[in-house]
Each structure stands twice: as C-alpha cells, then as structure tokens.
Ligand binder design. Structure first.
Ligand code: HEM
Length: 109
C-alpha cells in the first residue's frame, strides 16, 4: 500500500504543477477540474503516506501548506486575469517550492 501511495504521490506533483501553470494561461472548466482532481490525489496520497509514518509534525505543516496552496490557487483562478495577480502568484510559487523541498526531505525538523 505504501508503495502504491508513493507512486501516486510522486507521479502527481509534477502533473499538478503543469495544471496550475496551464490554468494561468487558459480558462477552461476541464483544466480546472483536472487541477482539482490532481489536488485530491496529492492530498489523499500524501495523508496516506504520512499516516504510515504516524504523521510526524513536518507533515502536519506540509498538509497546512498544501491546503493553503490549493486555496490560493482557487482564489487566483476566480480572478478576471489570473496572471496579473503577481503577489498571489509569487506566494503560490513559494509554497510549491517549499512543499517540494519538504517532500524530498531537504527541509526537515
Ligand atoms: C501540493 C502538495 C504537495 C506537493 C507538491 C508534494 C510534493 C512531494 C514530493 C516532491 C515528494 C518527494 C517524492 C520523491 O521522493 O520523489 C513528496 C513526498 C511525500 N509527501 Fe508530499 N507533496 C504535497 C502534499 C503532501 C501532503 C498534503 C502530505 C501529507 C500530509 C504529504 C506527505 C508526503 C510524504 C509522507 C512523502 C514521503 C516522504 C518520504 O518518503 O520520506 N505530501 N511530496
């Protein structure tokens, strides 16, 4: 089970990134749905993996950051012109970067 969740998690993060970027350039309901589907896979597999490790603090932080990332992305996608929301876009990029660093174990505590 761990291996399965790991493969899903590892396979989804780059796809999620691609959908976040695509959504900034093209307004399409299908793209939004795919972004949400990927977010659910990412969160579900992440929580499953963390449960296997008895949920250390770092993954509680990671969960909060991931929910923030998804919420902010949804907020940006609601805007008339998402690419003009520079502050939110920088915040989203920073959060994504942090999540990947935590994922690879570069940031740990
Ligand atoms: C958008 C959100 C997320 C991104 C971009 C992300 C990214 C990553 C990446 C890049 C890895 C490393 C994969 C590898 O070793 O090749 C990883 C692993 C992992 N992530 Fe996530 N993740 C996200 C959400 C979450 C959430 C919400 C949780 C759980 C609360 C979580 C828990 C884990 C765990 C437990 C691992 C395995 C770490 C290990 O094997 O040492 N992730 N994540």
């Amino acid at each position: 089970m761990y291996d399965f969740l790991y493969q899903v998690h590892v396979g989804t993060w780059i796809i999620l990134l691609v959908f976040v970027v695509l959504n900034m350039f093209y307004r399409s309901t299908i793209l939004k749905m795919l972004f949400r589907l990927c977010s659910i896979f990412m969160l579900g597999s992440g929580v499953g993996l963390a449960l296997h490790m008895s949920f250390p603090i770092i993954f509680i932080v990671k969960l909060i950051l991931a929910l923030l990332l998804i919420g902010l992305t949804e907020m940006v996608l609601k805007k008339e012109n998402p690419r003009e929301e520079s502050f939110l876009l920088i915040l989203i990029s920073g959060l994504f970067f942090l999540l990947v660093l935590i994922g690879f174990g570069i940031i740990r505590f």
